[in-house]
Every structure is written in structure tokens, then in C-alpha cells.
Design a protein around this ligand. Structure first.
Ligand SMILES: Nc1nc2c(ncn2[C@@H]2O[C@H](COP(=O)(O)OP(=O)(O)OP(=O)(O)O)[C@@H](O)[C@H]2O)c(=O)[nH]1
Ligand SMILES: [Mg+2]
Length: 327
């Protein structure tokens, strides 16, 4: 039986650790139905004072590098230590299909069975901005529900990495053992964002290559962070053998402790909140703009003119925006 709950009742149930209420709350804030938007915002407002208490860790890396496997292995360890672990994902492809990646959920079977774990696949959305925004809100809800670790997996590459970096306290980049040979090819931007690197799959035949890759990565990180007191940690590990996983978590905690002591932790979260506000304003302005059929048509026409070389982008943009002011 599903009774209709007010945002206050739902907030209380979420804070009391009711998983069904948490899942329902996340569905509510993910919803784009007109009727749900105000209720979702009221729920977030009620829970915001109780959010913020988790260690937020983003996990990124090339497809197949083992992000989901690591999250599961790390998650199971943390749960066994009595931590409450939530797993979220940012999947830009779900923005296109409107669906969500369930493969990760089915793969994290051990973790999903654990009483201390909560796994939520990526929300659907119109844009990456929409998906990222909903994941942030889900993250806040998980914190209010008492989860003390939130692990966020980036699915796919590119923009989702930036989006996840903008919502976590520690951004972990996974490299494959073959990365030693390919380090040049790895996007410098992602390595610059890294708060730490795990050279993954360091087991069996891959172990020697992983050691070499870690050496090269360490050198690269020293160059990238030559102005910093210390370069981000580079750990060698395997989610299959468990090698390096405790070391990895200790490195993450040490980094968070240092950032907390220096004030960088709070400053980063403040910056992220401000950037989120700005992004939301931009997204809503654009949605509002494109929601007007006449403006959308004018924009399409302008795009065709610019593409065909009949108009200059700056002048065409000004002309389209002028229509909005008149309207
Ligand atoms: N040898 C070895 N294989 C691993 C390890 N971790 C993951 N794998 C394997 O690597 C493959 C990909 O693992 P996933 O965890 O799905 O990788 P992912 O990065 O989440 O992949 P996408 O989400 O599709 O980008 C699977 O076949 C895993 O079994 C590891 O530590 N050692
Ligand atoms: Mg995965």
C-alpha cells in the first residue's frame, strides 16, 4: 500500500533510514512532472540542513578500467567496517535514451545485498546538466539519510568527468596497467583534475606493467603538480586480489583530513555550490528560451543561416536574442 506522504513526512522517513522512502524521495526530485517539482524542492529544503556529512568520492577512468568493480570491492570493505555506503552514477547516455544503466547495478551484486549499501543507477534527463543536477540532489538525500560515504561513478568519458568532479571531495582517476605506454595519450585535463590515481588491475600477469605504469604516472603527477606541497597519491591496486584497496582508502581519508585542516575542503564545497547555482540558472534560461516555439524556430533558422555561411554567429545570436526581449 502506498500512502501519499507530505514532504515533511517523507523527509522524516528518509532521516529515519527508511530505504523505500529514500528511493521514493530520489524519484521525486528526479521527476520533471510539473506537480512533483514543488514537492521535490520542499523535500530538498527540509533535508538540506541534514546533508553534507558524507565523504564524496568520484571514480572515473576509461571504459572497462574497472570502476564498477572497484566501487563494489571498496564498498563491501567499507560496509564491513560499519560504514553506510551509497553509490550513484552520472551517465550522459541516459540523457539521450532517458533510461539508466542497470548493468552496473546488476554487477554490484555483493554490495547491493549489503544492508549498509544503497545503489542508485543514473537518472535520465534531457541534458548532461540535468543528469548531473539530479545526481547532486540524490547525493544530498543520501547524506540526509545518514550515508557517510557516497561513491559516484562516471559512465562514459568527457563532460561527465567534469560534472562529477564538480560534486565530490575526492576525484579518483583509474588507470589501466597499459597506461604506462599510453600516458601521453591520456587527457591531460583529467589528470589535472585528479586528487588521486589508482593504477588498477595490478594482479596476475598485469602486475609488472601496473608497477611500471605507476612509476610513470608518479613522474607525470610531479610535473603537473610541481607548484604544490605534495603531488596527489598514486596507488597500485586490484579489486580482484584486494591489493592496495586499504592503502587507497587511507590515502583518500588523509587527503580529506588535510583539506579539512587547511580549509580547502569547505572552500571547494562552497565553490561547487556556487558553480551549481550558475549552471542551474543557465540550464533554466536555455530551457525557457527553447520552450518558446517561436524562439526555437528562429534559433533553428539562424543555425541554418550560420551553417550555410549566410550569417555570422555573433550577429545571428544578437538577432535571435532581440526577439526574446521584444516577446
Ligand atoms: N584483472 C582484473 N580485472 C578486473 C579488475 N577490476 C575489474 N576487472 C575486469 O574488468 C572488466 C571491466 O570492469 P568494470 O568494473 O565493468 O569496468 P568499468 O570501468 O565500470 O566499465 P564501464 O562502466 O563499462 O566503463 C570486467 O571484466 C572486470 O571483471 C581487477 O582488479 N583486475
Ligand atoms: Mg561501470
Amino acid at each position: 500500500m502506498c500512502r501519499v506522504q507530505s514532504p515533511t513526512e517523507l523527509a522524516a522517513a528518509i532521516r529515519a533510514g527508511d530505504r523505500t522512502a529514500l528511493a521514493r524521495g530520489i524519484t521525486l526530485v528526479e521527476s520533471r512532472r510539473e506537480a512533483d517539482v514543488a514537492t521535490g524542492e520542499a523535500l530538498l529544503q527540509a533535508l538540506l540542513p541534514h546533508a553534507g556529512g558524507a565523504m564524496r568520492v568520484g571514480v572515473t577512468g576509461a571504459p572497462g578500467v574497472g570502476k564498477s568493480t572497484l566501487i563494489e570491492a571498496l564498498g563491501v570493505r567499507l560496509c564491513a567496517q560499519g560504514r553506510k555506503v551509497a553509490v550513484l552514477a552520472v551517465d550522459p547516455s541516459s540523457a539521450v535514451t532517458g533510461g539508466s544503466i542497470l548493468g552496473d547495478k546488476t554487477r554490484m551484486t555483493d554490495l547491493s545485498r549489503h544492508a549498509n549499501a544503497f545503489i542508485r543507477p543514473s537518472p535520465g534527463g534531457d541534458t548532461l546538466g540535468g543528469v548531473a543536477s539530479r545526481t547532486r540532489e540524490a547525493l544530498l538525500l543520501c547524506e540526509a539519510a545518514g550515508f557517510d560515504v557516497v561513491l559516484v561513478e562516471t559512465i562514459g568519458t568527457g563532460q561527465s568527468e567534469i560534472a562529477v568532479h564538480g560534486m565530490v571531495d575526492f576525484f579518483l582517476v583509474l588507470l589501466s596497467p597499459a597506461a604506462g605506454d599510453e600516458l601521453q595519450g591520456i587527457k591531460r585535463g583529467v589528470m589535472e583534475l585528479a586528487d588521486g590515481v589508482l593504477v588498477h588491475k595490478a594482479d596476475g600477469d598485469l602486475a609488472p606493467a601496473a608497477d611500471r605504469a605507476a612509476q610513470q604516472c608518479l613522474l607525470a603527477m610531479r610535473v603537473l603538480h610541481s607548484g604544490d606541497a605534495a603531488p596527489p597519491p598514486v596507488v597500485i591496486g586490484s579489486s580482484v586480489s584486494g591489493r592496495g584497496l586499504d592503502e587507497l582508502w587511507r590515502a583518500i581519508e588523509a587527503s580529506a583530513a588535510a583539506a579539512q585542516a587547511s580549509g580547502a575542503f569547505t572552500a571547494r564545497r562552497s565553490r561547487q555550490a556556487a558553480a551549481w547555482l550558475e549552471q542551474t540558472v543557465k540550464d533554466r534560461l536555455l530551457a525557457e528560451f527553447l520552450g518558446d516555439p517561436q524562439l526555437a524556430k528562429a534559433l533553428h533558422r539562424a543555425e541554418a543561416d550560420v551553417a550555410a555561411g549566410r550569417a555570422l554567429p555573433g550577429a545571428a545570436a544578437r538577432a535571435v536574442l532581440a526577439l526574446r526581449r521584444r516577446g
